[in-house]
Design a binder for this molecule. Structure first.
Ligand code: SF4
Length: 432
């Protein structure tokens, strides 16, 4: 069968799609990028905001309209939270709940009677990430979360914490290494909760991966700023573990953090940042901020601005609060007006751009290995990639040879006009 896979939302959804792609191919099915020719369409939905729900529904309707003869399988947070609604959607043949999504291919094969043709199974790696222009592999290691942040629907949609066995994760990363992948990104809903259900922890997982695989670069996806194992920062002494963390703080005001039921307040977050900067060279810190959480007063907003500036982040993901039915925050009083949210988001964007410039400026003149991820799109454009600490780099000349997926040494020369990229020259020979 020809299978078309589509996902919305987070890196975890992307990692799951990659696993389904491999599992379907191992059963002898083909993966097609073309929706029109597919015999089976699988959609991994998202429900983190109302907008994500709208897009999920739109994707289902488009799949049905564009290819009414295909079978349609739906999974993900929207489908898990709105089973009946999804089932009523036109043409949905099967809904696989988030709790069962690791077995989606087996369930679909059984429920929809998909004929496996192992003799036609594609050579492992034939239709791999690199052939689809991806250089980083998102590896799902954990699912679910025991916490109840009041704005979060993910904890409702994905259920209790469950960790993938270490040997399974290592097996998948070694497969990626065999395919030539240079960087693996560990993803989960609550990465810090890895092993809470199996007597292990995130440090043991990272140590095992660095010991038992040859992956050149190991990166961590978003990590909640708590439940980090004791020796966490010493792990970064291994240069194959990338010195960058995305630690969502969500607000810089303790009173707002209390209404969000976040386990990490200003003091704890500051301590974490101090530990990281003291023990990890060139550590780059990025974060998420929700703007306009119910009741967010002018004073609380100013607290957030001051705190964000005090910490100094390499990048800010800024989310305008939107009421999400099914969350406790949805019934909190004193909603902030859209106009105020728009103004505050604008102010934070400007601060974010200034902080990014300041961070990038500090690295001018330094030499780093960069994983080249994308080819020039215009004559002015150059090869693009990221340093280990996730600074965006563009080679300011376009050598003849294909640099895609290569780790090359560069000297960072100056900041791009846009202020979000470092222009660099390629170094011959090894780094000084
Ligand atoms: S810790 Fe993260 S996933 Fe868990 S409830 Fe809070 S925001 Fe949601």
């Amino acid at each position: 069968m020809r299978i078309h896979l589509k996902t919305l939302g987070c890196r975890l959804n992307e990692a799951e799609l990659e696993t389904w792609s491999r599992d379907f191919q191992n059963c002898g099915h083909q993966i097609t990028q073309n929706l029109d020719e597919a015999d089976l369409v699988v959609v991994n939905t998202c429900a983190v905001t109302n907008e994500a729900v709208r897009k999920s529904r739109k994707l289902l309707n488009r799949a049905q309209r564009q290819n009414p003869h295909s079978k349609l399988v739906v999974s993900g947070c929207y489908a898990s939270l709105n089973r009946d609604e999804s089932a009523e959607s036109l043409g949905v043949d099967l809904i696989v709940d988030n709790r069962d999504k690791d077995r989606l291919v087996a369930i679909a094969s059984q429920e929809l009677n998909l004929h496996a043709m192992p003799e036609q199974a594609t050579v492992p790696g034939e239709n791999n990430l690199l052939s689809r222009g991806r250089q980083r592999a998102f590896i799902k290691v954990q699912d679910g979360c025991r916490y109840q942040c009041t704005f979060c629907i993910v904890t409702v949609a994905r259920g209790d914490e469950r960790s993938r066995p270490i040997d399974q994760v290592i097996g998948e990363i070694n497969q990626m290494v065999d395919q030539g992948i240079q960087e693996a990104v560990l993803t989960g809903v609550h990465l810090g909760g890895y092993g809470s259900d199996s007597g292990s922890d995130l440090s043991q997982l990272i140590t095992a991966i660095l010991d038992q695989t040859a992956i050149p670069r190991l990166r961590l996806g978003a990590v909640e700023p708590w439940d980090l194992p004791d020796n966490f920062w010493t792990l970064f002494h291994n240069p194959r573990l990338m010195p960058h963390l995305h630690l969502p703080i969500q607000s810089g005001s303790d009173s707002v953090l209390r209404r969000m039921a976040r386990r990490c307040k200003q003091d704890e977050f500051s301590r974490l940042v101090q530990q990281a900067r003291a023990s990890v060279a060139d550590f780059n810190l990025t974060t998420d901020i929700i703007v306009g959480f119910p009741g967010e007063s002018e004073a609380e907003w100013q607290e957030t601005l001051d705190y964000v500036e005090q910490i100094g982040f390499g990048h800010l993901h800024i989310f305008a609060y939107s009421q999400r039915p099914g969350t406790r925050a949805a019934i909190l009083p004193n909603p902030v007006s859209r106009e105020v949210i728009r103004q505050r988001s604008e102010t934070l964007h400007q601060l974010g751009e200034k902080m990014k410039r300041d961070v990038l400026q500090r690295y001018i003149g330094r030499e780093f290995p960069v994983l080249i991820e994308s080819a020039p799109t215009t004559p002015e454009d150059g090869w693009n990639g990221y340093t280990p600490n996730f600074l965006r780099v563009q080679l300011n000349h376009t050598p003849e040879e294909n640099l895609e997926n290569q780790i090359i040494s560069v000297r960072l020369q100056h900041l791009s006009e846009s202020g979000d990229t470092l222009l660099a020259t390629q170094l011959t020979g090894t780094l000084s």
